[in-house]
Design a protein. Structure first.
Length: 389
C-alpha cells in the first residue's frame, strides 16, 4: 500500500515556476511522487500585501498526486535585521506553527510520514504534528553552516526540541553532522540532487539562443544577490582576470538586495564591458546559460551544499568555487573543479585563470555529476523513509 507524505517547507515554487524559491524541493517531490499515494506540501508565506514575490505569485494548486498549500502567516524573517530585535525574539513572534497546524487539521487527511525542510519553523511544526498525528518525522537541515552555528549557539528550546524529537535528521554535508549528533543520534548525510533539465547541449547553439557572443570566453555565476553569495569578490577578481583575458565576459544570474551595490562596483571598477547582471531568469532557461559558459564560478562565503555547481557539472562544465563545507565535498578532485579561499578576490582570480587554461575532461565531469541526479539521490531518501514506515 502506498503511503501519504506531508512535506513542510519555508519555500516552494508556484504553479508556473515564476517564483522558484525551494525549487530543489520541488525537483525532489517530482522524483519521488510516484512512490506515494499522495503528497501534500505546505509552504507558509509571509503576508506582505503582495509586496514579497511569494506572496504575490503563490496560490494553492494541484498537479498529479501532489497538492500545494501556501497559508498566509505573520512573522519577522530571520534575515531581516531590526535594531533591538534578536533572533530569539523573532522565534517568539511567529504564527506559522499555529497556522500550519490549523491547516493540516482542516484538510482532514491521513498522513503516514512528515518530512520537514529546514529547522525553523518547519522541523518545529513537524514535531507538533508528529505528536498529534502519532507518525514519524524526518528533518533535512539545509541551513548554511553559519546559520546552523547560530542556531546551535542560540540554544533556543524550540530549536532544540525540533532536533531532539525528529526521528531522523538529514544533512547535505558531513562537516556539521557531529553538531547535530549532540541532539540526535540518527543523523545521516544525504546530498541534494539535480533535475533532468540540466544536461549537455551545444554551447554555440545556446549562445545564439541567448544572444551571447560566440567569440568571447564566458564565466557564469548563479545565485541570489546577497552578501553571503560573495559576488563582490567575483567582480573584484575580474580586474586581474581581464588583464590576462581581455575578451572575457562574466555573467551573473540572480536578483536580490545587493544589485544596486554590485552595479556601482561594476561601474567604479570599469568592468561594464566584462560583467553583466542579467537578473532572475526562468528556470528552464538556466541550463542554456550553463551550457553557454566556459567555466562556472560559485564565490559564496558559505555553502551547505551549493546545488548550482552540481547543475553546472551536469552540463559538463568545470567549477571554480570557494572552499566551504558544501563545495569542498563536491569538488573532491581537481578533475572537476578548483577551490579558492572565501572572500579572497586574488585567490579567486588565480583559480579562474588556471580554470580557463586547463584542458578539462568533460566526460569525467559528467560521470561524476551523474551520481548526484535526483533519480539516484532519491533512493537514499526512500530507504530512510522505509525504515521509519
Amino acid at each position: 500500500m502506498k503511503h501519504n507524505l506531508l512535506i513542510i517547507t519555508p519555500d516552494y515554487p508556484d504553479s508556473t515556476d515564476t517564483y522558484i524559491g525551494g525549487i530543489f524541493i520541488k525537483d525532489f517531490v517530482d522524483t519521488v511522487k510516484d512512490s506515494f499515494h499522495e503528497i501534500v506540501v505546505v509552504a507558509p508565506v509571509l503576508f506582505s500585501g503582495r509586496v514579497m514575490p511569494n506572496d504575490r505569485y503563490c496560490t494553492d494548486y494541484n498537479y498529479d498526486n501532489v497538492s500545494v498549500f501556501y497559508p498566509r502567516c505573520l512573522f519577522i524573517p530571520r534575515s531581516l535585521h531590526i535594531p533591538g530585535i534578536t533572533n530569539r525574539l523573532k522565534l517568539s513572534f511567529d504564527t506559522r506553527p499555529y497556522i500550519v497546524k490549523r491547516l493540516v487539521k482542516k484538510l482532514g487527511k491521513r498522513f503516514d510520514l512528515i518530512h520537514a525542510n529546514f529547522t525553523w519553523p518547519s522541523a518545529y511544526i513537524g514535531v507538533i504534528l508528529k505528536e498529534e498525528l502519532k507518525i514519524p518525522l524526518i528533518t533535512t537541515v539545509h541551513e548554511d553552516p553559519a546559520w546552523l552555528s547560530e542556531e546551535n549557539a542560540m540554544a533556543h528550546p524550540l530549536i532544540q526540541k525540533a532536533w531532539v524529537n525528529s526521528d531522523a535528521i538529514l544533512r547535505p554535508n558531513s562537516l556539521d553532522i557531529p553538531v547535530l549528533k549532540n541532539y540526535n543520534k540518527k543523523v545521516f548525510r544525504v546530498s541534494n540532487g539535480f533535475a533532468k533539465i540540466f544536461r549537455p547541449m551545444g554551447s554555440m547553439g545556446c549562445r545564439a539562443t541567448l544572444g551571447l557572443p560566440a567569440d568571447r570566453r564566458i564565466l557564469l555565476s548563479v545565485g541570489n544577490l546577497e552578501v553571503i553569495k560573495g559576488h563582490r569578490y567575483l567582480i573584484s577578481a575580474m580586474r586581474n582576470v581581464v588583464s590576462e583575458h581581455p575578451d572575457l565576459l562574466c555573467v551573473i544570474i540572480g536578483g536580490g538586495p545587493q544589485r544596486g551595490a554590485l552595479e556601482k562596483q561594476i561601474a567604479r571598477d570599469g568592468m561594464a564591458e566584462h560583467v553583466m547582471l542579467v537578473g532572475n531568469r526562468p528556470r528552464n532557461e538556466i541550463p542554456l546559460w550553463m551550457n553557454a559558459c566556459d567555466l562556472f564560478v560559485l564565490p559564496s562565503l558559505n555553502e551547505s551544499f551549493g546545488i548550482v555547481q552540481i547543475e553546472a557539472m551536469a552540463c559538463g562544465k568545470p567549477i571554480v568555487a570557494t572552499n566551504t563545507p558544501g563545495s569542498r565535498e563536491i569538488i573532491a578532485s581537481e578533475k572537476y573543479g578548483l577551490l579558492c579561499q572565501p572572500g579572497n578576490p586574488e585567490d579567486l582570480a588565480d583559480k579562474i585563470l588556471v580554470g580557463l587554461e586547463k584542458d578539462w575532461n568533460q566526460q569525467e565531469i559528467l560521470q561524476f555529476a551523474d551520481s548526484f541526479s535526483w533519480e539516484k539521490i532519491a533512493g537514499d531518501f526512500l530507504r530512510i523513509y522505509d525504515t521509519l514506515l
